[in-house]
Ligand binder design. Structure first.
Ligand SMILES: CC(C)(COP(=O)(O)OP(=O)(O)OC[C@H]1O[C@@H](n2cnc3c(N)ncnc32)[C@H](O)[C@@H]1OP(=O)(O)O)[C@@H](O)C(=O)NCCC(=O)NCCS
Length: 199
């Protein structure tokens, strides 16, 4: 695993991936993913617009050095040390003990190889065991089959839809909402999920 290991709590480490804080030295990789139209189509409701290095740098430095207390952004590093994507916990409410999560494997060479699921397993571990959340939410646009299958496969339950939430390609699309409660997480034995997969 990467060199950050010693400074991070155990709950940000999986067998196959490691989540680290965003690192300023990786800004060019993050800019490339930020400016990737396909990734934007799948994971962002903001219409695609290429960002200049200067504008992105300002925003990225804020994310690295002055992050919002209700948000945690991470880099995903594969076991071979490659930076393969980003993961986040957002809308963290300490009082209500809820938050929302997302994963983007920006490096397409790593799609379909279990890294999305492995990243989600570490995020869930972090949310339930470190942040002591009661409810973890996830959402997707109706056309994002991969993400929908991933969250359902991890045991999230569908909660409903926000109809015609997104306007894209000249038409409206629903946003679908999923969640997992702490009791469901413990019942499903997720703590062992990633270890089984890696065995
Ligand atoms: C969605 C995403 C994170 C999945 O990551 P991944 O590493 O490719 O997925 P995994 O290999 O871990 O697969 C886990 C499950 O996801 C589902 N899945 C992944 N790719 C899929 C595809 N192309 N079609 C359908 N289902 C798919 C499957 O259920 C799969 O389980 P299975 O292998 O047992 O069938 C990745 O495709 C991605 O980063 N997409 C762009 C950004 C995005 O959409 N992020 C989500 C919103 S924040």
């Amino acid at each position: 695993m990467g060199t950050m290991s010693a400074t991070l709590p155990d709950c940000l480490q999986g067998e196959r991936i490691e989540l680290t804080p965003l690192q300023i030295v990786n800004i060019h990789q993050h800019l490339a993913w930020n400016n990737d139209p396909e990734l934007n189509y799948l994971d962002s409701e903001v219409p695609y617009q290429k960002e200049t290095f200067g504008a992105f740098k300002e925003r990225f430095e804020r994310m690295v050095f002055r992050p919002s207390p209700s948000l945690r952004d991470f880099e995903i590093h594969a076991e071979d040390g490659t930076l393969i994507g980003v993961a986040f916990v957002t809308q963290i409410s300490r009082h209500n003990r809820h938050c929302s999560v997302g994963v983007t494997i920006g490096n397409r060479d790593y799609w379909g190889r279990g890294y999305g699921r492995a990243s989600m397993a570490v995020l869930l571990d972090y949310c339930f065991n470190c942040l002591e959340m009661h409810r973890v939410g996830a959402e997707t646009f109706e056309y994002n089959t991969a993400w929908k299958n991933l969250v359902l496969g991890m045991g999230f339950r569908p909660e409903g839809i926000e109809r015609d939430y997104l306007y894209r390609d000249g038409q409206y699309w629903d946003k679908e909402i999923f969640s997992m409660l702490e009791a469901e997480y413990r019942q499903a034995g997720h703590e062992r999920h990633e270890r089984r997969e890696a065995a």
